[in-house]
Design a protein around this ligand. Structure first.
Ligand code: UD1
Length: 450
């Protein structure tokens, strides 16, 4: 109990020294926690969606660009968000939380180098590169390694920033960036693939650059629009977000603002898949319905009843799910989201019939399949294709969360399995879901953290 309280205190702390991070992690081993899940209960109830992780992280980085105070409402309490706040405090900002509101003051910046240890706490820390360049015209960050989804290159980020007049050198794992004359320059950039992170880094660097930046083949994800919405509230001049061509006119300085982060469409897809698999009934409130359409249109094909109104989604799943006939292809937005692939796969593993997934965004995004197979699922993975033949029931097992969404998929499988599942490495799940065990218990599921 004492250890658990200490672990929670650390995860939520703003301590930014890399040495304290290593020390505290060694001492309390936040990777030792596990979930105990007893399956077979019907889930029923109402949940309010948390704020989006994938919006919060670039928006927190963007707060670096504002000489003033930014107040972010609906900021989810997640380990990745705390990792971003530790980076902000490390470079000299003041970031504090009160419930789901984060207040970031970036009046003063004392450092432009982000320690490797802080960078490695989360892969998305690479977006601090564009933000720091936008604020200070220089930065030193570390090369992100591969991650649980396979190699995560940043070649497009670097090529784009170079086009904006930033000199970038790599030395001993560090990336040393310096804009000529202390300010990046506007440029015309065409991305070979609509990378979310590269689009964000370009926008973050461009909002205070000298002149106009045009990004062709930009990512169209709703979180890009949320980032742009925040930056506009800070005085930035950005047009075309949500489309493939974004135009940014650089301003000398941005100011602080008050902003509410959009709901998390992937967390929404997770709880809807969970209720669907557990023959449940769910009302999701604070939902971003239009942004969730690519997922909802596939979910409807499983035979569940799905109704939407304003910011609410209602789902009822009485009988066994039916397999999805069309191949489920993950694609950049507005295609089916790669982040929802694992959770839908868990639900379809108990559907009637065979569903086929095609993963087109990441090379290594079927690692959860092995755990689902251990629980009795019938899945064949052949390169980027996974064939899921629905089984009538799953059984509890000891499994290890492989990554954030893969871990969530295992929770879904465990909740509709017979018997008990013990899941380790749940630190992956805490990166993106606010107290998942409490949400599941509110819906009537039997899930606890030990
Ligand atoms: C973001 C999301 C992640 C989501 C992904 C795709 C955040 C914090 N993360 O990740 O949840 O799964 O978008 O929707 O918002 N690539 C390159 N070179 C580059 C950049 C990317 O080859 O310079 C490749 C990647 O390896 C990957 C693909 O492009 O195969 C898509 O990556 P990208 O859109 O950049 O994803 P992230 O921003 O990392």
């Amino acid at each position: 109990m004492k250890n658990s309280l200490l672990r929670t205190a650390w995860a939520q702390s703003n301590i930014s020294s890399p040495y304290s991070i290593i020390y505290i992690k060694m001492l309390w081993g936040d990777e030792m926690q596990k979930f105990i899940i007893n399956g077979g209960r019907r889930l029923r109830g109402e949940l309010a969606l948390q704020g989006s992780k994938n919006s919060s992280l670039p928006i927190m980085a963007a707060a670096l660009l504002c000489k003033g105070e930014c107040t972010l409402h609906s900021c989810p309490r997640l380990t990745d968000v705390y990792a971003a706040s530790r980076i902000l405090n490390w470079v000299g900002c003041k970031c504090s939380f009160s419930d789901n509101t984060a207040v970031i003051s970036s009046e003063f910046i004392g450092r432009t180098e982000i320690s490797e240890c802080l960078m490695r706490e989360m892969r998305s820390s690479i977006i601090f590169m564009g933000a720091m360049l936008g604020r200070a015209g220089e930065c030193v960050v570390s090369v992100p390694g591969g991650c649980e989804l396979g190699p995560r290159p940043i070649d497009m980020h670097l090529a784009a920033l170079r086009k904006m007049g930033v000199d970038i050198r790599e030395s001993g794992g560090s990336i040393i960036c310096k804009a000529a004359g202390g300010r990046a320059k506007g440029a015309r950039i065409s991305l070979a693939f609509p990378s979310v992170g590269a689009t964000e880094n370009i926008i973050l660097c461009a909002v205070t650059a000298d002149g106009e930046t045009v990004v062709n083949n930009a990512a169209r994800e709703p979180e890009i629009c949320d980032l742009c919405g925040f930056l506009r509230a800070c005085g930035a001049d950005i047009k075309g977000d949500g489309g493939s061509r974004i135009t940014v006119n650089g301003k000398k300085q941005l100011h602080g603002c008050e902003y509410t982060i959009m709901p998390d469409r992937i967390v929404g897809a997770t709880y809807l898949s969970m209720a669907a698999a557990a023959k449940g009934e769910l009302i999701l409130t604070n939902a971003c319905v239009p942004e969730m359409e690519p997922f909802l249109s596939v979910l409807e094909q499983t035979g569940c009843s799905v109704y939407t109104s304003d910011n609410k989604i209602y789902l009822r799943s009485g009988a066994r799910l039916t397999a999805v006939k069309e191949r489920i292809r993950t694609m950049p937005h507005p295609g089916f989201p790669t982040d929802a692939q694992a959770v839908l796969m868990a639900a379809l593993s108990v559907a009637d019939g065979t569903s086929i997934f095609e993963e087109n965004i990441f090379d290594c995004r079927y690692r959860h399949a092995e755990a689902l197979i251990k629980m009795g699922a019938d899945i064949d993975v052949l390169g980027k294709v996974a064939v899921v033949r629905g089984v009538s029931s799953l059984r509890g097992a000891s499994v290890e969360a492989t990554d954030l969404r893969g871990g969530a998929a295992m929770v879904i499988a465990a909740l509709c399995a017979e018997g008990t599942t013990e899941m380790t490495r749940i630190c992956h799940i805490d990166r993106g879901y606010e107290k998942m065990e409490e949400a599941v218990r509110m819906l009537g599921g039997d899930m606890r953290r030990a």
